[in-house]
Write a protein that binds this ligand. Structure first.
Ligand code: IVH
Length: 668
């Protein structure tokens, strides 16, 4: 009876995942879903031998790996020939007919070409056994563990024999915007387009990190399968029976003229889609005809990709502003008269650097053409010179920093100009803000408006100064009261306990040292003292040789440690009493069943929270005080707030009840 119930739960949860992640049509509230999940988890704890390969608990991210394994493709993953005009599409049809016997009816299919990364999936007897990227076409990289964290992908299905599928891993535009917003807030570089985001997320060495990216899958080919129908459109529809996420928009067309109409139609609807496409694909429907057509060295002869022109709009350039980043780089940015482009309203465009502005002769007041070619930030691609009023002067990059007036110099061989003043308020401000971000020291209550005032008044010149702030002083600032000032000071003080040496290193904002490199360095030097006491040259050499850190990054670390003003920033933090213990407070096991996972504990539980933290740390887990990026598991006790649960769901964090916790760590 209970065993039956267990199987039913696995099936039910699978069905609800499909409804939620593939059909976007959930039938249950989160709470109802959690109840099913909790019931299933409880049964698995009581009967570990029952755990089914298709159980949702089997999506728990596996361990971090050192690298991705190479996997040869039995059939190379080819490219597609391209067409950009109607004539080229008709040419494709003509070639197809010439190669096949005369008078034969050829049915085509037309489907969108989603902008993501291609992937191959293999199910054997209904189990997902392999997922690999395209790589160079002949040999890809194995990403099975990462793909298993994508909730739209069934882990098991009812099929006997081999099922080999190909499709696109991609992100919705809105999801990508959220990922980028979080990255911006944490000082990490943003993804330029959904393709980069999908590729980057899929190839992460840590599946737990992939699990937090809102990836989707659209299958566009059934390569091999026992029981496969004889044509493409039917084969894709057949996948619905296995609850596989497949390309849903698919038109069967009896003639190439009809295919052309569908291609244009997809192009016209492009802006209304929740994800980006860069074209549409015309394919011969019947597999038998495809076989006869064969392939060239790089592409099949039975398909062609119709590429849309990049979307463009014309607008006026109102101003060229120069921003100063935390490393002092001056970046020109165009302010534009608002214009609609590819479904969004655009009011800024990147101008990259002064050379580009000179090459294109871009001036204030010009009418410009902006383009969004799969990239998030639009580019100015052209100036309508004939429409120029005539009085605008060419843009000149300031030779002095717009924020502090110090000389801004361009080093030989560099595209960027940098402010030379280490005390520059714009750099200070950006550096202090970076220090407080989530991925760095995670200090709440310190927004840009407050940091501005602190820097302007000279109270804060570098992060260490934050620890000297006193609530009565802070309370005097604009939009501050006693209460909020106390919150600020308390939040700063809380960070003194240490967020782990890796995060402190990231927080320093050393050029080219993001969260990942910071973790590597912290793995070599246990704390700040060890790093500061080492010879900077030796540090750089060791990072480069033993840890495959690139020369540019290694040099940046060396320079930081060698310069008294920059290394002083770290020294002062030590003097201010900031802890640089290796990882989050408490004894830390880098080994242990929960290594690589980060837990947040919330709600009312049977043991004090601190005690649970200790137990989790003892099993190798990190502890997060709140649910945030990087959290892998939320232990939710009684009376947990809905907001927290929602956030956990949004970030793809596993939610566990207290009972489930005891399945992971022994109950004391
Ligand atoms: S069919 C032999 N169909 O486009 C290649 N490809 O430029 C058959 N893509 O690598 C590809 N959506 O990653 C096909 N509906 C679709 C697609 C699609 C996106 C990508 C795919 C492929 C690339 C080729």
């Amino acid at each position: 009876m209970t065993r039956e119930r267990y199987r039913e739960l696995v099936r039910e949860i699978g069905r609800h995942d499909y409804l939620y992640y593939v059909l976007d049509a959930p039938e249950l509230t989160d709470r109802e879903y959690d109840k099913l999940y909790d019931e299933l988890a409880a049964l698995e704890r009581a009967h570990p031998d029952w755990v089914a390969p298709g159980s949702p608990t089997q999506r728990v991210p596996g361990a971090v790996r050192a690298g991705l394994r190479a996997v040869p493709h039995a059939h190379p993953m080819l490219s597609l020939d391209k067409a950009t005009t109607e004539a080229e599409v008709l040419d494709f049809d003509r070639r197809v007919r010439e190669l096949l016997s005369e008078g034969l009816e050829v049915v085509y299919t037309v489907e969108p070409k989603v902008d993501g990364v291609s992937i191959e999936l293999t199910y054997r007897d209904g189990r997902l056994v392999l997922a690999s990227t395209r790589g160079g076409g002949d040999v890809g990289e194995e990403v099975t563990e990462n793909l298993k964290t994508v909730r739209a992908v069934p882990l098991v299905l009812e099929h006997r024999g081999e099922l080999v599928l190909r499709g696109e891993v991609y992100l919705h535009t809105a999801d990508l915007a959220a990922v980028n917003e979080a990255r911006r807030a944490e000082g990490e570089p943003e993804f330029a387009n959904p393709r980069n985001a999908a590729a980057g997320s899929l190839r992460l060495l840590d599946p737990a990190a992939t699990a937090r990216r809102p990836l989707r899958l659209a299958i566009w080919e059934v390569l091999e399968a026992d029981g496969r129908p004889s044509a493409h459109a039917e084969a894709l529809a057949w996948l619905d029976g296995f609850r596989l996420p497949r390309q849903k928009t698919l038109h069967r067309c009896a003639t190439i003229a009809e295919a052309w109409t569908r291609l244009r139609e997809i192009g016209e609807r492009r802006a209304a889609l929740p994800y980006e496409i860069d074209g549409a694909v015309v394919k011969v429907d019947r597999y038998e005809l495809r076989e006869r057509l064969g392939r060239t060295a790089r592409a099949p002869r039975w398909a062609v990709a119709y590429k849309f022109a990049a979307e463009r709009a014309t607008t006026r350039l109102l101003e060229i502003r120069v921003q100063v980043g935390r490393t002092g780089v001056l970046t020109p940015v165009a302010t534009l008269e608002q214009v609609r482009l590819a479904g969004t309203t655009v009011s800024q465009a990147s101008l990259h650097n002064e050379d580009l502005i000179r090459e294109k002769d871009i001036r204030v007041g010009d009418r410009v053409v902006v383009e969004k070619a799969g990239d998030i930030i639009p580019q100015v691609v052209e100036v309508l010179h004939e429409a120029r009023a005539g009085d605008a002067a060419p843009f000149v990059m300031p030779e002095r920093c717009p924020a502090c007036g110090a000389p801004a110099v361009r080093e030989e061989g560099e595209a960027a100009r940098r402010c030379t003043n280490p005390a520059c308020p714009a750099q200070r401000r950006a550096a202090v803000l970076h220090y407080t971000t989530r991925a760095a020291m995670d200090i709440d209550h310190l927004g840009p408006a407050l940091v501005d005032q602190l820097v302007e008044r000279g109270w804060v010149r570098e992060p260490a100064d934050l620890y000297r702030l006193r609530a009565p002083d802070v309370a005097l600032l604009d939009r501050m009261g006693e209460r909020s000032a106390q919150n600020v000071v308390a939040a700063v003080a809380a960070s003194r306990e240490g967020r782990g040496f890796d995060r402190l290193l990231h927080a320093l904002g050393i050029p080219h040292v993001g969260a990942t490199v910071a973790r590597t360095i912290a793995g070599v030097y246990p704390d700040a003292r060890a790093l500061l006491d080492a010879d900077p040259e030796a540090v750089a050499a060791r990072l480069a040789e033993e840890h495959a850190i690139g020369p540019k990054i290694a040099e940046s670390v060396r320079a930081y440690l060698a310069r008294p003003d920059t290394r002083g920033v770290l020294e002062h933090l030590l003097e201010a009493g900031v802890s640089t213990r290796p990882v989050e407070a408490g004894p830390v096991a880098t080994e242990g069943p929960l290594a690589g996972r980060a837990f947040c504990v919330t709600g009312t539980l049977s043991l004090p929270r601190e005690r649970l933290h200790e137990l989790l740390r003892g099993a190798g887990a990190a502890i997060h005080e709140s649910v945030k990026r990087g959290t892998t598991d939320l232990v939710a006790g009684d009376k947990v707030g809905k907001a927290k649960l929602d956030k956990a769901r949004k970030l793809g964090v596993r939610i566990l009840g207290e009972d489930e916790l005891w399945a992971l760590v022994p109950r004391p």
